[in-house]
Design a protein. Sequence first.
Length: 139
Amino acid sequence: MAKNDSSWTIALLRVVLGVIFAYHGYLKLFVPGGFKGTAAFLASLGIPLPLYSALIVSAVEFFGGVFLILGMVTRWSTVLLIIDMLVAFFLVHMKNGLLVSKGGYEFVLVLLAGLAVVLANGAGKFSLGSKYFKSGHLK
């Protein structure tokens, strides 16, 4: 049996995840009220320094998503996004149960699973990282 080349599926997953995260980060950073709303929500959860925390979360989601789309610094971006989603899982969604319609964690769980696949496989050959870098060095 021939070995399947899963490069295109990894690229598809990476780009879809990237679009989702970049869009959510964009909403937090650039849509009027998005950043203040995020900071207020984080403050309501008791997260310290809510303005700085909102900036970090927003930047991680926006730039992490863009880097996933491009396939650059993918593992670092993925690790930061996993941390972001774990915080969301434990502080926001877990107490609401599974269903996303009730504020639950099912969507966060799917995002975490996708990020784990990208982390385990890297960006794949259809990425800027594989085109311009080899073992962390410019080609």
